[in-house]
Design a protein around this ligand. Structure first.
Ligand SMILES: N[C@@H](CCC(=O)N[C@@H](CS)C(=O)NCC(=O)O)C(=O)O
Length: 220
């Protein structure tokens, strides 16, 4: 059965591959699972039809037959558990890969999101100037720890896994900040993730939504 995911009809990231449907698209591409996409507007996301899929009125969601999921981590884990390719078969290695999936979302992403919120939503607030160095210090601390653990390995624990997929996706939020480049092994890790054919297919598919919308706006 072909799953259907939801994605922004009009993504605020302007095609940079940061909206979280990118993570689900990437996972589906990695395992070779075709999927359909339902585009939703911001208004539609807050309507009962979408709230039945995601009580918080957000994207992405995932629907496969009777199963409806929200939360990117849960969706990626479900895809990884039901297909070959994103989790190792060995139970201990599998548990460690799942630990990285949680670490990406619960430990690495929070300070990165805090930085992004300060830059995008709170830029004009009087406290932002003062807070920014503190926030960046927290991001730097996480990156330094991650850099030590990664060392000169290609991926975090053996072969590429769902944990790497989400870690790379989370770190991509720092592109352009200069913070990734402070750790050449992390910058190379992100570049390695982005070089995967599945990443490129997912990125292009998400970008196509943005470019099609731009083209339709400029023709009206
Ligand atoms: N923890 C959720 C976060 C979902 C989320 O924040 N989605 C964003 C897009 S990347 C969204 O829908 N934002 C619009 C809104 O919250 O109204 C997940 O990982 O799925």
């Amino acid at each position: 059965m072909t799953p259907t995911i939801t994605a922004f009809e009009r993504s605020p990231d302007r095609g940079r591959g940061l909206a979280r449907d990118m993570r689900v698209r990437w996972a589906l591409e990695e395992v070779g699972q075709a999927y359909d996409v339902r585009l939703v507007s911001f208004a539609a996301m807050k309507q009962p039809d979408h709230l039945a899929r995601n009580p918080f009125g957000q994207i992405p969601t995932f629907q496969e037959g009777d199963l409806i999921l929200f939360e990117t981590g849960a969706i990626v884990l479900h895809i990884a558990e039901t297909h070959e390719g994103l989790l190792p078969a060995d139970p201990a290695a599998r548990a460690r890969a799942i630990a990285w999936l949680f670490a990406a979302l619960n430990t690495i992403e929070p300070p990165i999101l805090e930085r992004q919120a300060a830059l995008l939503l709170e830029r004009d607030r009087p406290w932002t100037r003062e807070r920014m160095p503190l926030i960046e210090e927290r991001v730097r601390a996480r990156l330094a720890q991650l850099s030590v653990r990664l060392g000169d390995a290609d991926w975090l624990d053996g072969g590429f896994s769902a944990g790497d997929l989400l870690t790379v996706a989370v770190l991509r939020r720092l592109k352009g900040s200069g913070l990734l480049e402070e750790h050449p092994n992390i910058a190379a890790y992100v570049a390695r993730g982005e070089a995967r054919p599945a990443f490129k297919r997912a990125f292009d598919a998400q970008l196509a939504v943005f470019t099609a919308r731009q083209a339709s706006l400029s023709s009206t």
